[in-house]
Write a protein that binds this ligand. Structure first.
Ligand SMILES: [Zn+2]
Length: 267
């Protein structure tokens, strides 16, 4: 219970201040990051970590805890970053256990989502945690960062509220799809016209007309893409899921009042 107590002692205000300090101090943005993954046993699960740090942490977890953590790369993002999952299960245990998939960060700006996946893995691997027994009897697949390009961009000075991936949306397929959908190309290819909402890009209820909760316009936050699975981050993710027969799937979208008077909806 040590960790739960620690969590309770960490006030919400502290968390926000930490975030503000990291997020809005120009000296700690862009190229100025200090990699805080040097000592994996001291990894701080109570601050937000950069895209690079999350990847380094994932690699180091799989190396340090190789008896029960495996890093599985399942594709590449638009900007050629690795897409990966951490598979957690006692290798000495039963092999025919149910699989559960948890993924985080499909929407880049929802930083607490990425933190949730990391914290969960941290608890599963910590021998002092009461949760570590969950390594037995279940094969956990945790994807800590579904949308690494968007997340990296959300750490840049102008990108904090970025939600989509980073597809430039200026290719012929996008333009043809815009025309077919009766949408103009306004904004495609620059500023908010970059990126696809990955959570609107799956082939479930994706249609050319009357799609509710998604947009056919590039410059909208919920732009669904040129066609279903136009985005590698969504397609590789779906392939990964379909290849494994998961018992359960949890997609973590968590939102917080990140700045005063600014509350994101859960979507
Ligand atoms: Zn979301």
């Amino acid at each position: 219970m040590v960790h739960i107590e620690r969590y309770q002692n960490k006030s919400v205000i502290d968390t926000f201040q930490t975030q503000d300090e990291i997020q809005f101090d120009p000296s700690s943005m862009g190229n100025g990051f200090v990699d805080r993954t040097e000592s994996i046993t001291d990894y701080d699960y109570f601050v937000y970590h950069t895209e690079t740090e999350i990847e380094n942490w994932s690699i180091q977890m799989s190396e340090r805890y190789s008896d029960f953590v495996e890093l599985k790369k399942y594709g590449k993002s638009i900007e050629n970053r690795d897409l990966y999952a951490l598979v957690i299960k006692e290798k000495s245990g039963r092999s025919d256990v149910p699989r559960v998939l948890i993924d985080c960060g499909v929407h880049a700006r929802e930083w607490i989502s990425h933190s949730t996946c990391q914290y969960f893995v941290g608890q599963l691997t910590n021998p002092d945690s009461p949760w570590s027994y969950l390594r037995n009897g279940i094969e956990w697949h945790v994807i800590p960062n579904v949308n690494p390009d968007g997340y990296a961009f959300s750490w840049t000075p102008t990108g904090r509220f970025w939600r989509k991936n980073r597809n430039p949306n200026n290719d012929a397929a996008t333009k043809a799809a815009q025309k077919e959908n009766g949408a103009n190309n306004y904004g495609c290819g620059f500023s908010n016209g970059i990126g696809v909402d990955l959570n609107r890009n799956y082939d479930i209820m994706w249609s050319n007309t009357n799609m509710i909760g998604a947009s056919q316009y590039c410059n909208q936050q919920s732009y669904r893409g040129a066609h279903a699975f136009s985005e590698p981050e969504a397609k590789f993710h779906a392939d990964y899921m379909l290849g494994k027969r998961f018992r359960n799937f949890i997609r973590v979208h968590l939102t917080l009042p990140i700045r005063t008077n600014h509350i994101f909806g859960v979507s």
